[in-house]
Design a protein around this ligand. Structure first.
Ligand code: AMP
Ligand code: MG
Length: 325
């Protein structure tokens, strides 16, 4: 398995692999990404093949900052304001493409919009600085499954599909970027994520519109079943059965579960977000009949955590076959 520590040499090697049209997994502050040169359709198609991702699900393009982003997308005042406040960081902006935008159609699923983000993780930034290409990068997991927050998670999901898996340790935030569309009249929240909705609304001075699940601009990441382990989830658990595994939160944890993982004993939502996907993987392997999930406060990052848990809890495995990433 090509897991390599993200040394400067390995980063240079990864940049060369990307420039050659290969796919490379690398850490970002949200989750591990599976990257390809966004200008090269033949490279991007490898991402879809490795993830078994439906082709109509567009990818986020990673760039160093607003200057590069503006070469592909039309930035209005709101876009600049949000990029200035939250980049580099876990906010993806959906914008109108510039005329003649050279990004491969497969990246944008043939839409006239593009999702852009400047990641904050030093390894992701070093790759972007070295490769000098826009990098399309969804999460480095099989479509519909739990996102990877360590290099080992990537290896267990994608085998040897990536040319390299750069190991930069566990992801600091552990939950995907917030996706905001600036294409309509009002900025719209397409996906809850690691930038809390409230922070964005405070900056804008008004609430975000929320895209309906069936609207054409809705992010596929908003689909009902997503981020799903094999074991079914029982949300809002206040007690636990001996056959169940328990995803706990806070101090007052019911006893008697087959296996318990506490997202944060002190009730810290940031810590909980960072541990969420790893905890789901651990509990999924416990052999429990069900993963019972304690209630998690629905504010700040708790909103995105509850969003992922609802999607993980929804639907059976057969429905997941048609899932998005
Ligand atoms: P992932 O790559 O798995 O983190 O998911 C990327 C998210 O961004 C998905 O929910 C995509 O649907 C969304 N996205 C990417 N590009 C666009 C776009 N042009 N318009 C709307 N949503 C987008
Ligand atoms: Mg994903």
């Amino acid at each position: 398995m090509p897991i390599v520590p993200a040394t400067p040499e390995a980063i240079a090697q990864a940049a060369r692999a990307l420039a050659r049209g290969e796919i490379v997994a690398f850490p970002t502050e949200t989750v591990y990404g599976l990257g390809a040169n966004a200008l090269d359709g033949a490279a991007v198609v490898k991402i879809f093949a490795a993830k078994k991702r439906p082709r109509f699900n567009p990818l986020i393009v990673h760039v160093p900052g607003p200057a590069e982003a503006e070469t592909y997308a039309v930035f209005n005042e709101t876009a600049l304001k949000l990029a200035e406040a939250f980049w580099p960081g876990p906010l993806s902006l959906v914008l109108k493409q510039r005329a003649g935008c050279p990004i491969a159609d497969l990246v944008t699923a043939g839409l006239d919009t593009i999702a852009l983000r400047a990641p904050a993780h030093p390894v992701a930034r070093a790759i972007l600085a070295e490769v000098r290409l826009p990098i399309a990068a969804p999460s480095a997991n099989r479509s519909g499954r739990v996102s990877p927050t360590t290099a080992a998670h990537v290896a267990s999901e994608l085998d040897d599909a990536p040319a390299m898996i750069l190991d930069g340790g566990p992801c600091q935030l552990g939950i995907e970027s917030t996706v905001v569309s600036l294409v309509g009249a009002t900025p719209a929240l397409l996906r809850l994520g690691a930038t809390p909705r409230r922070d964005i609304e405070e900056l804008l001075g008004h609430p975000l519109a929320v895209a309906k699940a069936d609207s054409p601009i809705a992010s596929p990441g908003q689909l009902a079943t997503h981020y799903a382990p094999d074991t079914k989830l029982r949300l809002g658990a206040t007690g636990v059965d001996p056959n169940e595994a328990l995803l706990a939160f806070g101090k007052d944890v019911p006893e008697g579960a087959r296996l318990t993982v506490n997202l944060s004993e002190s009730g810290n939502l940031q810590e909980a977000a960072a541990k969420l996907f790893g905890a789901l993987r651990t509990l999924d392997r416990s052999g429990a009949s069900t993963i019972a999930v304690m209630p998690i406060p629905d504010h700040d990052l708790g909103e995105a955590i509850n969003d992922r848990l609802r999607r993980a809890a929804c639907g059976d495995t057969s429905r997941r076959a048609s899932d998005q990433t």
